[in-house]
Design a protein around this ligand. Structure first.
Ligand code: CA
Ligand code: CA
Ligand code: CA
Length: 289
């Protein structure tokens, strides 16, 4: 019978060394896989955020200027149903500097309580339920007769700390009236910048009647260069979405976006996040025939 001689020290050392190499290889593969996974899932989130943000904006911009049964009342056409600011430059106002904002008016949430028969009467005899106040904030009807109830008639979209926010400014909510620290609806994270251009049809008359209008914008300009907001027939939105996670790549990734409203190439960020630009053009249905 053979005696078991065991391993020599040198043999054990070699075996350990080979084992160590194998283990190192496996660990490296694992860490590379994990980094790839982080990057892919961050990118997926970024795509998702950019698309959902555009979707929210597009839906509300399309409906701006819609007043339901109130459209027949004389008080309505005087309301500026769309407005905005360009390249915010006020420190500490809850809006990221350099970003644009857009303010929309219309009926965004409509609760039908009963058929709006009275609303179809001339403006001289409005229903007690049909509020003629141009601010048209919240209208609680005293009774369920021929009433619509309107809420959220003003929405402002803005960027605060890279979060797309929707400010409804609702009357009746003490957290949202005259309080600079009031709460806003945080909608989507990871939106670093929003740039908005307004397509104005200058063939329309200055009182926004049709004139020789072809309902095609003659130019796209920033909010403060629009001559008459009611002549705006379409809106271009550009969002710069950014991943929530940092250190996704070995080097900072340059990107192309607007700086002071000028499309600028090769902007090098201070972080190692990934950025993507989302663009869309939205027709303002209620400014079109
Ligand atoms: Ca701008
Ligand atoms: Ca600011
Ligand atoms: Ca035109």
């Amino acid at each position: 019978m053979n005696k078991q001689a065991g391993f020599s020290l040198v043999e054990i050392m070699i075996a350990l060394l080979i084992g160590l190499f194998l283990l190192g290889g496996i660990l490296q593969m694992f860490s590379a896989n994990q980094q790839t996974y982080r990057m892919q899932s961050s990118l997926a989130r970024l795509q998702e955020n950019g698309r959902i943000a555009l979707d929210f904006l597009a839906r509300d911009i399309r409906i701006a200027g819609y007043w339901g049964c109130l459209s027949g009342l004389n008080s309505v056409p005087s309301i500026t149903d769309i407005d905005g600011t360009d390249n915010n430059a006020v420190a500490g106002d809850g809006i990221d500097d350099g970003t644009d904002t857009i303010k929309l008016k219309g009926v965004f949430d409509l609760f039908v309580l009963a058929p709006p028969l009275d609303c179809e009467k001339p403006a001289s005899t409005p229903s007690s339920c049909c509020k003629t106040d141009p601010s048209l904030t919240v209208n609680i009807c005293p009774s369920l007769v021929n009433c619509y109830r309107y809420t959220n008639s003003t929405l402002t979209y803005k960027i605060n700390a890279s979060v797309l926010q929707q400010d409804t400014g609702e009357v009746g909510d003490p957290t949202q009236v005259g309080d600079p620290n009031r709460m806003y609806n945080g909608m989507i994270e990871g939106i670093q910048d929003m740039q908005i251009l307004y397509g104005e049809d200058t063939d329309m008359n200055m009182d926004c009647s049709k004139g020789t209008s072809d309902y095609a914008p003659n130019y796209y300009v920033t909010a403060n260069s629009v001559v008459k907001m009611c002549r705006v027939v379409s809106i271009r939105i550009s969002l710069l979405a950014v991943t929530l996670d940092d250190n996704l790549t070995p080097q900072p990734i340059p990107y192309t976006y607007y700086v002071n409203n000028v499309l600028t190439n090769n902007i090098i960020p201070a972080d190692r996040k990934i950025r993507r630009v989302f663009n869309t053009t939205i027709a303002l249905r209620n400014h079109l025939p």
